[in-house]
Write a protein that binds this ligand. Structure first.
Ligand SMILES: C[S@@+](CC[C@H](N)C(=O)[O-])C[C@H]1O[C@@H](n2cnc3c(N)ncnc32)[C@H](O)[C@@H]1O
Length: 177
């Protein structure tokens, strides 16, 4: 469908209004590392954990005792046998992380829970997220890291696991608290 003139004008208005800090946060390479809010992590850990592996860490922001850093390259490691919590860098490589999460989630006794931006129009979303066992859309915006500001994008929690649901992909909503 072709967007109406009004919709385009609304979008242009929104873009013009977006504050400069938000723009910098959205487009700087540093902003690829969106640290999981601890209370949201605790909620996921209670629901899907206890998590045993964080494959995306700088060695200081790991959420579990067992983790991989960039130097170890979590993408090239074996995650099998773990309950994995994955909040990957949100740059171009996010597609590689979703591929990896999907593949590891096929292994026996392995569950991968991912916190990612809800970019439902991307190729990786359709290639991998649509094959997940569960997709939860977060209601409202998360405040990542130690920021007081809400993220400029919506988030989703994706569950890949070999424990297949007879109902196909489960879709649901999830609160921030
Ligand atoms: C979004 S942050 C998540 C940090 C933390 N695990 C959390 O959930 O708050 C992504 C992290 O992945 C790390 N990272 C980047 N490339 C990586 C790689 N190839 N292997 C492992 N970690 C990597 C970054 O240094 C960054 O700390």
């Amino acid at each position: 469908m072709i967007p109406s003139r009004l919709a385009i004008e609304e979008m242009e208005h929104w873009e013009a209004q977006m504050d400069k800090n938000t723009q910098r946060a959205m487009f700087s390479s540093k902003s690829n590392d969106w640290g999981t809010p601890q209370n949201f992590y605790d909620k996921l850990n209670n629901s899907f954990g206890p998590f045993t592996l964080d494959p995306c860490s700088d060695g200081q922001n790991n959420k579990t005792d067992n983790y991989f850093t960039k130097e170890q390259n979590g993408l090239s490691q074996d995650w099998s046998g773990n309950k994995v919590f994955m909040n990957p860098p949100y740059g171009r490589a996010i597609k590689d992380w979703l591929k990896k999460a999907y593949e590891e989630g096929q292994k026996p006794n392995t569950t991968v829970v991912c916190l990612i931006p809800a970019r439902t129009d991307t190729k990786y979303w359709h290639d991998y997220v649509m094959k997940a066992q569960a997709v939860y859309f977060v209601k409202g915006r998360l405040k990542f890291g130690d920021s007081n500001n809400s993220a400029p994008f919506p988030s989703a929690v994706i569950v890949f696991t070999s424990a297949l649901s007879p109902f196909g992909t489960i879709m649901g909503a999830m609160g921030r608290e």
